[in-house]
Ligand binder design. Sequence first.
Ligand SMILES: [Zn+2]
Ligand SMILES: [Zn+2]
Length: 243
Amino acid sequence: MSLHRIVTVPILPLGMVNSFIIVGERPVVVDSGIPGSAPKILAALAREGFAPSDASLILVTHRHVDHIGGAAALKRATGAPVAVHALDAEWLRRGEGGPRPPTGWPGRLFDLTGFPARRAEPCEPDLVIDGDFTLDGYGLPGGVVLHTPGHTSGSVSALLPDGDVLAGDLAIGGILIGGITRLRHARKPPFEDDPIMVRRSLIQLLDRGASRFHVGHGGPLTAAAIRTYIAREPRLTASTGAA
Ligand SMILES: [Zn+2]
Ligand SMILES: [Zn+2]
């Protein structure tokens, strides 16, 4: 029997941007959406029967603005600590998404909209993760936050004992930025720091038993979909460098 449930919080329709609540002994919020998303996440907590103060932790999987956007407001509303990896912490403090190396034309086109360059309210992290971080004390016994770099240098994933993993944007589902069609088809996000590190991180998660990948756009993705993605993407299978 699973000791937790994953609740997807749609920040934008059609799976375009997701945040999550892991409902365990206490709820853990994973990612905070685009700027202005805190009320949607608080409403989702309420639908699950929780007061804002029940939240034990707000985990930010990485620095991009569609994941840090509501962090400061959520922290104020819940009083819960905000956790981020050390390598992405400074961007959270500044309320900026940081560099966004495009992975192809969708990323370049998306950047032209100005949307990814939006600023978030700066948020001082309470827990700066450096190494594995246990979720035992946050109502998720056996859960662990792993450093899974590649999408950004400070990307982390929350891996739960039954194979659920909240993997940020290591891979995404659906066409373009998620949504519309093929939500469960794994593909490359529009931006990525280091494709080779992404590959290593995905393999690390599979090796540690990850079987259901809950991602920031589209999804969820099966382990089989992730394996297909790793095998299909030439930039992920190349031994050096990347386009
Ligand atoms: Zn991202
Ligand atoms: Zn994202």
